[in-house]
Write a protein that binds this ligand. Structure first.
Ligand SMILES: [Zn+2]
Length: 98
């Protein structure tokens, strides 16, 4: 898994500017102080720090997404628990199709 890192002010500015200084999820106006950087594909699911995987988010959206995206056990349609390995494979396959 890609290690977490912090983003410099310049990087935050660039990501905010690319997205029009809006929260990617709720479209709330953001400033450097009120924004966080969110990974569209979470690092835990094979996401990277590439700019194409980064969006600005307000604190409440980033917080709630982090919560929703990290269930204790993910399950497929048949109710079988998914292993990290299977999730990573699915993420890679999706990246190849994109
Ligand atoms: Zn938001």
């Amino acid at each position: 898994m890609t290690p977490r890192r912090t983003f410099s002010i310049e990087e935050q500015e660039r990501i905010l500017a690319t997205h029009g200084y809006w929260c990617h999820y709720c479209k709330h106006g953001l400033s450097i102080d009120s924004s966080t950087i969110d990974h569209v594909v979470p690092l835990s699911a094979g996401g990277t720090h590439d700019f194409s995987n980064l969006v600005p988010a307000c604190r409440s959206c980033n917080g709630s997404k982090g919560h929703n995206q990290a269930p204790k056990t993910r399950r497929d349609r048949r109710g079988n628990a998914l292993r990290e390995r299977d999730i990573r494979r699915a993420v890679r396959a999706a990246a190849l199709l994109a």
